[in-house]
Design a protein around this ligand. Structure first.
Ligand code: UDP
Ligand code: MG
Length: 347
């Protein structure tokens, strides 16, 4: 059997969606907001009216897609009342899959010509949406929000972030902007491109950069979380960082080979030195502390190397299983069609 090239399926263009590249006339367009939410019912109760206010003022058609990432609080009850009015859609996942799969679920569900992703906890101010939309209307494909500062984060997180971005580097021509997150507007063309990427290991910040397109940043000062606590513990952040590094870099593998090579050279030199010492000066070979130290050192190096290789193999394992990224339990609600309603009124 001859191997066939993988052709990603184009499944995300649905009837009713504008073709990418059509002129951006806000009045005729649909703006989608995708909100991943995990146990955020108190925050959603504050966010949704604000979004409704901002989006109605744009005069466009709009929808807010709340992706419930397996919440165990009152999110489902809250959303059952919000989805009774047009504009609010609720996609409930069958369990907690994590923020990145929840965002992908929202992007899959969104119908808009432009899609805005924002957190449910009000750290991403809805007041920024009109600026983002204006830049999109002017022809920019992706408008991403960059934090003016990281004052809301503790020192460990700030240092960790800095270390992560320096390790990520400008890997393979993909420059992931450091202080930007998921808060961004994307044109339909960008969303379609993202949805065509088949990988399960979705480090979204890397994927946004990978797809390219004309991008522009706007600066914002993140608000503090309104209710509850961040879902990202140090351990979760470390896991996310590992996912990002293994998805976007191969230099750790090369570093393992180089370290092995350097150690071989050193040990060869050291061996030569011991032999010369014995032959020339009849010095006895150093005792067992040297051997134990070297043995332990190299055992450590071996295990670290194995761990690095293992991380990459784990990613391959995840990819080949080919499981869906998320499972939808239910999806309800429909978009708010400002233009249609105006037509109906004038009929
Ligand atoms: N989130 C999610 N699934 C998760 C964890 C978080 O959908 O497993 C959502 C969360 O509800 C919020 C957003 O992702 O809307 C950002 O999460 P959080 O505020 O905890 O992260 P931080 O702001 O600390 O980075
Ligand atoms: Mg937050």
């Amino acid at each position: 059997m001859t191997p066939q090239a993988y052709v990603p399926p184009v499944t995300n263009i649905r009837p009713g969606q504008a073709d990418p590249g059509t002129p951006r006339v806000l009045r005729d367009a649909m703006i989608s907001c995708v909100v991943p939410a995990y146990n955020e019912h108190e925050n959603l109760a504050l966010l949704l009216p604000r979004l409704q206010d901002v989006l109605t003022k744009t005069g466009a058609n709009w929808e807010v897609v709340v992706v419930d990432d397996g919440s165990r609080d009152a999110t489902a009850i809250l959303m059952s009342s919000w989805t009774r009015q047009p504009g609010f859609r609720y996609v409930q996942l069958s369990r907690n899959f994590g923020k990145e799969p929840a965002i992908t679920a929202g992007l899959e569900a969104a119908l808009g010509d432009a899609v805005i992703i924002l957190d449910a906890d009000l750290q991403h101010p809805p007041s920024l949406l009109p600026t983002m939309i204006a830049r999109w209307e002017a022809g920019i494909d992706m408008v991403y929000a960059v934090r003016a500062n990281r004052n809301d984060e503790n020192l460990t997180k700030r240092w960790g972030t800095r270390l992560f971005y320096s390790l990520l580097g400008g890997s393979r021509g993909v420059n992931v902007p450091p202080h930007a997150g998921d808060f961004r507007l994307m044109d339909r063309a960008v969303v379609n491109a993202l949805l065509q990427l088949p990988e399960r290991n979705r480090f979204m910040k890397g994927l946004y950069a990978w797809v390219g397109f004309e991008s522009e940043s706007i600066t914002y000062v993140p608000d503090s979380r309104q209710h509850g606590e961040s879902h990202f513990s140090a351990l979760k952040l470390l896991r996310l960082a590992l996912a990002g590094l293994t998805a976007f870099t191969t230099w750790p593998l090369r570093a393992v080979s180089l370290t092995g090579f350097a150690i071989s050279l050193c040990s060869f030199g050291y061996g030569l030195y011991i032999v010369c010492e014995y032959l020339l000066f009849r010095n006895p070979v150093d005792g067992w502390p040297t051997i134990v130290t070297i043995l332990l050192f190299f055992s450590g190096i071996n295990l670290i190397s194995l761990g690095i290789v293992g991380e990459y193999i784990a990613r391959i394992f995840d990819e080949v299983k080919g499981r869906p990224l998320y499972i939808v339990r239910q999806a309800v609600g429909k978009p708010y069609m400002a233009a249609t309603q105006q037509n109906e009124r004038s009929d």
